[in-house]
Design a protein around this ligand. Structure first.
Ligand code: UFG
Length: 336
């Protein structure tokens, strides 16, 4: 029988791409999503790609009674937990909303897992837990450093909670630390939905190119990097999605070495903001209107992943180049 995997936040950006990857590997998927930053028509879009309609339950995971009812109804073999608020800026303005939502939904799920003897938990974390690392590329063994945003702190706290949960209850957990996810599914049926004005670089580039924004503001031209702009590791969302399937298989097949494992998910290559802009101009043929202004508060200079552990242990590697990833982002913007 097919194994049933619960994907929380499965209609969101990374969640929806992961649902597709899971279905393509033969897993039966059930989604919980409260639609706070996603749209129900993604169910149709996922179905159009894979030919299989995932089951879907709409509710908020901070509602633990509702969550218990869900687990009365469904028997699951593993869980990938995406459902969380993710805006760095908003988290600074509304920290309690972030702590409540991101931590209570996690703790509620873990309590239910513990009560009912469930196992195999994949957690959606972020390279934000490293802050500005002393050494690049960043290894998983790099220290977790204090981060400015409540959003980043919820990721750090969640990992601590998961570590204790795994060790005290003898459970299997993998935390995946994403670098900068970009792009859309090559079918261009799913991608990142803009709710309000995006804050991230690539959606802002494509919006400027299509004329929804007048100009792209580049935050900081005086960083100690090759061209003065900040450096990030941009990874295609489908590469990220495949890594979740690899991590899940590792747990389901009991290949994990310890109860709590963490992996970096990046390409291993860092690109400056100006390099991203130039690459986008090359693939789209559109000249971008941009201006370099002062640094954005809280931004770090450079991050990119050491991917050796994920490559060897998860038997996974990012495949999309920056150009290919930007091409799918541009197709998606045009589709929107
Ligand atoms: N940038 C600009 N102009 C913009 C937007 C971004 O120059 O209008 C620059 C930023 O300064 C940064 C780079 O583009 O140098 C990437 O910025 P993003 O906002 O796209 O991404 P961040 O690296 O700041 O943040 C991302 C995720 C967070 C996550 C973090 C982990 O959005 O959720 O990576 O480091 F926590």
């Amino acid at each position: 029988m097919e194994q049933k995997i619960l994907v929380t936040g499965g209609l969101g950006y990374i969640g929806s791409h992961t649902v597709v990857a899971l279905q393509e590997e033969g897993y039966d998927v059930v989604i919980i999503d409260n639609l706070s930053n996603s749209s129900e028509d993604f169910l149709d879009r996922i179905t159009a790609i894979t030919g299989i309609r995932p089951e879907f339950e709409k509710f908020d995971l901070t509602d633990k009674n509702r969550a218990r009812m869900f687990f009365d109804q469904y028997s699951i073999d593993g869980l990938i937990h995406f459902a969380a608020f993710k805006s760095v800026g908003e988290s600074v303005e509304r920290p309690l909303t972030y702590y409540y939502n991101n931590l209570f939904s996690l703790i509620g799920l873990l309590q239910i897992f513990q009560e009912r003897g469930l196992d195999h938990f994949i957690f959606s974390s972020s390279c934000t837990v490293y802050g500005q690392a002393d050494e690049l590329p960043i290894k998983e063994s790099s220290p977790v450093k204090s981060t400015e945003s409540p959003y980043g702190k919820t990721k750090q706290m969640s990992e601590e909670i998961l570590k204790d949960y795994a060790s005290s209850y003898d459970k299997k957990v993998i935390s995946l630390r994403y670098f900068n996810p970009i792009g859309a599914h090559p079918s261009v049926r799913i991608g990142e939905l803009p709710l309000g004005t995006p804050q991230n670089l690539v959606p802002l580039i494509t919006r400027t190119a299509i004329g929804k924004s007048e100009e792209l503001l580049i935050f900081g031209g005086d960083y100690p990097t090759s061209d003065g702009t900040a450096v990030r590791d941009y990874i295609h969302v489908c590469d990220l999605a495949r890594a979740h399937v690899s991590a899940l298989k590792r747990l389901l097949e009991s290949r994990n070495k310890t109860g709590f494992e963490v992996f970096n998910l990046g390409t291993g290559k860092g690109y400056s903001v100006l390099e991203v802009v130039k690459t986008f101009e090359n693939i789209s043929g559109v000249k971008l209107n941009f201006r370099i202004i002062e640094r954005r508060r809280g931004d770090i200079i450079a991050v990119y992943a050491d991917t050796q552990l994920a490559n060897e242990t998860l038997r996974w590697q990012a495949k999309f180049s920056l150009s290919e990833a930007l091409r799918t982002a541009w197709l998606w913007e045009k589709r929107l």
